[in-house]
Design a protein. Structure first.
Length: 588
């Protein structure tokens, strides 16, 4: 039996006191007290008062109990516009976007007009679902009701279009808003980072500062993500200093972006420090740390972090398991990969095509090609390009061109595919010496009017990014760079390095192959670092494509001959070369 006397020293008809207690329980996340209050409200009949019902809905929403919010909503005999707003907002805030939009429809069917409280929740739901079509309808509705000029509605529309990848409409709404707040600016910045327009996001952040807007932790988080995506380490450090000055240094949102920044720039020790110094750790920062360790080839550390995360009471989500599976894939941990895939399903998290791609990749890289194929055949969802691509990568590594061709055929049946898939198939043929088949695969690519992505490597030096392509001689220090490579090449040969020209996947003679491989973009970038940076500074090189096997071997010799730490990030992960060894243990 509920003892309500502990809560109330006022007559039951004073419902304002009940509302205050509900608000207090929501703020303190005291679910047991809120449940007792709910019992008292039902007994006393106070649920008949809309204000009480509204606050009861909000209490359950803040307590992350949306279905209880729905019961409170249904128990309310008189549903005002605020009651509808509360339940629609509840579903949007508690990851039930479809239900949020369903209740919007019900509200409008009851001839109630959505206002500036309801519309932002509806647009948020559209953004979560990436339903730009429904979002446009909500946008039209806001125009018809005259709320499109409201700063909160406008900000939510910018955010919705940005999350749906429609940056043109997001910018149009942004530019036409009569009044903008920091939420508007942050939504626009986020949109640009999502499509890789990081410079535009950084420019907007600068403009926001010039307009003396009070930037918040989400703004800082977004701009730090832009720095991370562009591997602008020094600029990211400056913004971190600004975060600290603005008292946002301890924010978990800022913390997760800083972990990502330092990880993507190859400074894992700083990522660890930020993580350790963040007082309140949300799921985002745990996932960021798991991803950082996975990218830096430390699968066992990923597993240890996952154990710590579970002990802290934090529940994993689909991103957590994606990081775990990715770590197992690149660490060669086959049994662990199977275990975490099964654990995800036991945790009631449905695997997506990305999770299946990771499992297939784990098996295929380990040479278990038939087992990987069986996983694909038994998938409850249709295999995507990424799933077949994972199998194709494994086939290339283990020189199984027959199965590689089968995987490629399956991808082509899906319709137009990425250029990378044509290149992967071509490389698989070339590695097996089937150069005519390799040429045919590349011709298919040319016939579609597409080109292979140019391999680039870049190095940051004093807020300036120096970019190199294979055989590039356009850099201002090109002469010194090539002289350094010749000098270093002689030292490497004395140390035992022999070029492996099998990684030049073309029918050319040995001398041309040797020359081709000697001036790959990452080697030019490393040579630039050697003639530019202080001897005690690690050389950090970023690369957009997978590092080839010979360059991987060559950089190990470079680290021995120069005594330098060389960190190379390719399109999948980091390789830390030191004293002739790589952190990936030659498994990548």
């Amino acid at each position: 039996m509920i003892d309500s006397s502990a809560f109330f020293v006022v007559p039951c008809h004073n419902y304002h006191r009940i509302v205050e207690l509900l608000l207090s329980s929501a703020r303190s996340k005291s679910t047991p007290k809120g449940l007792q209050l709910h019992g008292y409200i039902l007994k006393s009949g106070l649920f008949l008062i809309p204000l009480v019902s509204n606050n009861l809905i909000n209490f359950y929403s803040k307590s992350q109990l949306p279905l209880d919010s729905r019961r409170a909503f249904e128990d309310s005999p008189e549903k005002s516009a605020t009651t509808w707003s509360s339940i629609i907002s509840c579903f949007a805030q508690n990851e039930l976007p479809s239900m949020s939009l369903q209740f919007l429809n019900k509200m409008m069917a009851g001839n109630l007009r959505p206002d500036h409280h309801v519309l932002p929740s509806a647009t948020k739901s559209c953004g979560i679902l990436s339903r730009c079509d429904i979002g446009r309808s909500v946008h039209c509705l806001s125009m018809k009701t005259g709320y499109d000029a409201d700063v909160f509605v406008g900000s939510s529309l910018v955010d919705m279009y940005a999350k749906c990848g429609d940056i043109v409409h997001a910018r149009k709404v942004f530019d036409e808003m009569p009044e903008r707040n920091i939420v508007t600016w942050s939504g626009m910045m986020y949109g640009y980072t999502q499509i890789g327009e990081n410079e535009e996001a950084l420019w907007l952040f600068k403009q926001a500062l010039l307009e003396n807007l009070d930037v918040n932790d989400f703004s800082f988080s977004t701009v730090l993500s832009a720095c991370a995506n562009s591997t602008l380490l020094e600029l990211g450090r400056q913004i971190q200093g600004l975060c600290v000055k603005s008292s946002f240094g301890s924010s978990s949102f800022v913390g997760s972006s800083l972990v990502s920044l330092y990880s993507k720039c190859g400074v894992l020790e700083e990522a660890h420090r930020v993580f350790d110094e963040t007082p309140l750790k949300n799921l985002g920062i745990w996932n960021a740390m798991l991803k950082a360790c996975a990218q830096h080839s430390d699968a066992k550390e990923v597993i240890e972090f996952f154990k710590r995360m579970k002990l802290s009471g934090m529940k994993p989500n689909f991103i957590t398991f994606l990081n775990l599976l990715n770590a197992c894939s690149h660490g060669g941990l086959v049994e662990e990969g199977r275990y975490y895939f099964d654990l995800m399903k036991e945790s009631k998290i449905e695997p997506t095509d990305k999770h299946y791609a990771c499992l297939v990749d784990t098996l295929a890289r380990a040479g278990k090609l038939q087992e990987a194929l069986e996983v694909i055949k038994n998938m409850p969802i249709d295999p995507t390009e990424s799933v077949w691509g994972a199998l194709l990568t494994g086939c290339t590594i283990h020189k199984n061109t027959e199965l590689a061709a089968f995987a490629a055929d399956k991808v082509f049946e899906l319709g137009p595919v990425s250029s990378g898939m044509h290149i992967s198939l071509s490389n698989a043929y070339a590695a097996d010496g089937r150069f005519e088949d390799a040429a045919r695969a590349r011709k298919l690519l040319r016939d579609r009017g597409e080109k292979k992505e140019t391999g680039l490597s870049w190095v940051e030096e004093r807020n300036r990014v120096h970019t190199f392509a294979a055989g590039d001689r356009r850099h201002e220090k090109s002469k010194e760079i090539y002289e350094k490579l010749v000098e270093l090449g002689e030292e490497m040969e004395k140390a035992g390095y022999v070029a492996d020209t099998s990684f030049v996947l073309r029918e050319v003679d040995g001398d041309e192959k040797s020359q081709t491989i000697r001036y790959h973009s990452e080697r030019l970038a490393i040579a630039f670092g050697l003639i530019t940076f202080a001897k005690d500074r690690p050389i950090r090189v970023m690369k957009n494509l997978r590092v080839c096997g010979d360059c991987h071997n060559a950089i190990k010799y470079m680290s021995v001959c120069t005594g330098r730490v060389i960190i190379v990030r390719d399109n999948n992960r980091f390789h830390r070369f030191e004293d002739g060894k790589c952190s990936c243990n030659d498994y990548w």
